[in-house]
Design a protein around this ligand. Structure first.
Ligand SMILES: Nc1ncnc2c1ncn2[C@@H]1O[C@H](COP(=O)(O)OP(=O)(O)OP(=O)(O)O)[C@@H](O)[C@H]1O
Length: 409
């Protein structure tokens, strides 16, 4: 490498980030300390009371937490259980916790494996938990043995619990003590969901054991969103944020519902866009562009593991929604558009029935919405109507970031 190139690289390595002082503070996974958690005092103390017995080895109450996305459910659950774990150790109680993201572990076996591996200390138990190869029952047996050998009490956070494909695991975990599967260890479950309708899918016995306590987290208002961002503004160097930035990001995030995830996403993206522009201040225009980027990123993430056929079906819906004043569309109308897309992408054309199955899966994943009602025209029975949950342009930009979609169409 020439000296000149070498020195330009060195200049980059040596330079400080002109915009961010500590960008990690804006990462969605970052768990802020208590002083940075705003407007959740009641929720924190309610949850703490609910699991309080665990501190001295008693059974924590099973708790359901509901609320729209970005209302601090996961944050409060992690914060309170972390604090409980620390305090319990000072009382010589062996309290351990596990966090399961049910969008990742969706089957009963995956959840049990993850729990057994999280709670295990193989050098003390002599129990191995292989990633595959055992029956679900064998994994359960190992989990129960591990719990009784190592722990007085465990708290299991099941985040996005409505994404579980099999509810039997809820039955097993919530009734493990009663059913005599474990002797000494106490198990508490914190189940978190965006969907209040989730309860309808549960067996009554499971529901009554899971729902010893139930909390609903309200959305934030624009003031709270501003405060949440102000308490993270040291993510930026001093003077980088112009005065309009936080109020505007808060107003955008409050528009749909008060979503702190969106507020922080917008703030982080605005900083990145300013940096890409070579600007060392973040301005209103960066926030406006960041808002669109935050929507597209979120949607791309939802779609990223979806097969091409599913993306084609969602794309079809977005194209007709873009052209029409209507908001909801019957399967038949979407199918006509889908057929053209399948042809131009050179993929198999599914039957209307199978394309509709794909759309229903996407509705389950909150990628789009569905209602069923009587279709138009004489003699029509009940039919599904699908609608987008995001602007058509956002959906299209997200899908077009998949190369198969952009050049072909
Ligand atoms: N009260 C708050 N104070 C400070 N930061 C917050 C607060 N509530 C949420 N956040 C931040 O917003 C982001 C989203 O919060 P969280 O993941 O807890 O939301 P959620 O309700 O669990 O959303 P989802 O249902 O989409 O998982 C996180 O980065 C979190 O740190």
């Amino acid at each position: 490498m020439s000296d000149e190139k070498q020195s330009s690289l060195t200049a980059i390595w040596e330079s400080d980030d002109p915009v961010f002082a500590d960008k990690e503070l804006l990462d969605i996974e970052h768990i802020p300390n208590e002083e940075r958690i705003i407007g959740r005092e009641d929720e924190i103390s309610n949850l703490a009371n609910s699991i309080h017995p665990a501190i001295r080895g008693g059974k924590p109450r099973n708790t359901l937490i509901y609320g729209k996305t970005g209302t601090g459910k996961s944050l409060v659950a992690k914060h309170v259980t972390q604090s409980a774990e620390n305090f319990a150790h000072e009382q010589d109680t062996s309290l351990d916790r596990a966090y399961i993201d049910c969008t990742q572990a969706t089957t009963e076996t995956q959840v049990v494996i993850k729990l057994a591996r999280t709670f295990n200390r193989p050098d003390e138990t002599d129990i191995s938990v292989p990633l595959s190869g055992l029956s679900t029952n064998a994994y359960y047996d190992r989990l129960w043995q591990i719990l009784d050998t190592l722990h007085d009490v465990v708290i299991i956070i099941l985040d996005e619990v409505d994404k579980l494909q099999e509810n039997n695991v809820l039955m097993q975990l919530s009734r493990a003590g009663e059913a005599g599967k474990i002797d000494s260890c106490k198990v508490g479950i914190l189940a978190i969901s965006n969907k209040i309708s989730f309860k309808d899918s549960l067996d009554e016995r499971v529901l009554s054991s899971l729902q010893e306590r139930e909390f609903i987290f309200p959305p934030y208002d624009a003031n709270q969103l501003r405060e949440i961002m102000r308490h993270r503004q040291d993510a930026f160097h001093e003077g980088v944020l112009t005065d309009d930035v936080i109020p505007l990001a808060a107003a955008f995030a409050a528009q749909e519902h008060g979503d702190a995830r969106k507020a922080l996403d917008i703030l982080r993206n605005a900083g990145e866009l300013a940096k890409d522009d070579g600007s060392d201040v973040v301005r209103e225009e960066h926030v406006r562009n960041a808002r669109e980027k935050a929507d597209i990123d979120r949607f791309s993430k939802l779609l990223q593991d979806q097969p091409t056929q599913s993306k084609a079906a969602v794309y079809a819906l977005s194209l007709i929604a873009d052209e029409s004043k209507q908001e909801e569309f019957p399967t038949r109308e979407i199918y006509e558009q889908y057929e053209q897309i399948a042809e131009s992408l050179d993929i198999d054309t599914l039957s209307q029935r199978r394309m509709s199955d794909r759309l229903n899966e996407q509705a389950f994943l909150d990628i789009l919405g569905v209602t069923d009602r009587v279709g138009r025209g004489r003699g029509k029975g009940m039919t599904n109507f699908y609608y987008l949950l995001e602007e058509p342009e956002v959906v299209q930009s997200a899908i077009e970031s998949d190369q198969r979609f952009s050049p072909a169409l």
